[in-house]
Design a protein around this ligand. Structure first.
Ligand SMILES: O=C(O)[C@@H](O)C(=O)COP(=O)(O)O
Ligand SMILES: [Zn+2]
Length: 212
């Protein structure tokens, strides 16, 4: 099996795993992964639980649709991450419940909307930027991500849901899961006085485990 065929299988398997465990429902969410000559992306209106490897959309390096079904309407958002973070191998957008709940709250820190509650979220996700609401599929989302100049591996779209990137499809999916579990903890803990990791703890984690 060549590298692209293997990646197609991985996208389908990991997407189904997310769907089967309730990280996405219906046709919500979209996933992409980089290949040598472009990007593979889930088709628009597809269900992450029932993807067909042969029907995944393929875009060339310039964003032209070259094969498979019509790509996700969030193509601008995905491409902006590949453009501004060259180390990006995959992008995962979900409407996972707790991260989306958090994205609807007022008064959260837009520069650190998933604060360092546990070490793993620091190690796998890093700081998360809250981006203002625009309608799904709006090209403006790509512009907003470009304006971040690659500083964030993950963002939370206000009143919409998370977008998480990784070096490869597995790490992006695992990071999206970790972001969701941390959002769940934050919602569960609500106004309870919380002990966050200190800046020193965060620096130590970044020094030991590196930052993607
Ligand atoms: O929320 C939306 O409409 C999109 O962001 C989404 O999650 C699904 O859109 P498609 O990937 O175009 O199906
Ligand atoms: Zn969405």
């Amino acid at each position: 099996m060549n590298a692209e065929s293997k990646l197609r299988e991985d996208i389908v398997r990991l997407s189904k795993s997310l769907f089967d465990r309730g990280f996405s429902v219906g046709s919500a969410g979209n996933i992409s992964a980089a290949v040598d000559d472009g990007i593979l992306m889930t088709p628009t209106n597809s269900c992450l639980g029932f993807l067909d490897p042969a029907r995944l959309s393929k875009l060339d390096r310039n964003g032209n649709h070259i094969s498979g079904d019509k790509p996700s309407k969030e193509v601008f958002l995905h491409r902006a991450f590949y453009e501004t973070r060259p180390q990006t191998g995959a992008v995962v957008h979900l409407h996972s419940t707790f991260a989306t709940a958090l994205s609807c709250l007022t008064g959260i820190d837009p520069n650190d909307c998933i604060p360092p509650l546990t070490p793993y979220v620091v190690m796998r996700v890093g700081a998360v930027k809250l981006l203002p609401y625009v309608k799904p599929g709006d090209e403006k989302m790509g512009d907003m991500i470009r304006e971040l100049a690659g500083r964030y591996a993950a963002v939370l779209l206000a009143n919409h849901g998370p977008v998480v990137t990784g070096r490869d499809i597995a790490t992006a999916v695992y990071a999206a899961e970790e972001l969701e579990e941390t959002a769940k903890l934050l919602i569960l803990l609500k106004d309870a006085p919380k002990r966050m990791l200190s800046d020193e703890n965060v620096h130590e984690l970044k020094a030991v485990f590196g930052a993607y």
